[in-house]
Design a binder for this molecule. Structure first.
Ligand code: AMP
Ligand code: ZN
Length: 112
């Protein structure tokens, strides 16, 4: 369930290099190539889903798995613990939502 023309599908398949943060059967996480914060990585489902706009209740388990990983990975990547530290999780959706890559991704950003 990959799109051969999709940048993030190519990254997941290893056809385009990336700096891996985490990988399992369903999720791939890697450092953003143009970070907006000292710590900035992206979490993507391996399944090609274009955006949050396509998410249905059938994707609940996948979305839960993905989001539940974010706090663990953020701390591992150097974000300081809540409440003094923390991070932002952002998902741009559609043109007016600022989405440039149309493979669903969660930005995790933090650091001083
Ligand atoms: P968005 O605007 O939410 O679609 O964000 C797309 C993100 O993908 C941007 O923050 C880009 O810097 C990032 N990006 C684009 N190409 C790559 C790449 N080859 N490796 C890592 N991150 C990338
Ligand atoms: Zn894709």
């Amino acid at each position: 369930m990959q799109d051969p023309n999709c940048l993030f599908c190519k990254i997941i398949a290893g056809k385009i290099p990336s700096k891996k943060v985490y990988e399992d059967e369903h999720v791939y996480a890697f450092h953003d190539i143009a970070p907006w914060a000292p710590i900035h990585f992206l979490m993507v489902p391996k399944l090609h889903i274009p955006s949050m706009a396509q998410i249905t209740p059938e994707n609940s388990a996948l979305m839960g798995h993905l989001l539940a990983l974010a706090p663990k990975l953020a701390l591992e990547q150097g974000c300081r613990p809540y409440p003094e530290g923390g991070y932002r999780i952002v998902t741009n959706t559609g043109a007016e939502g600022g989405q440039e890559v149309h493979h669903l991704h969660f930005h995790v950003m933090g650091g001083p």
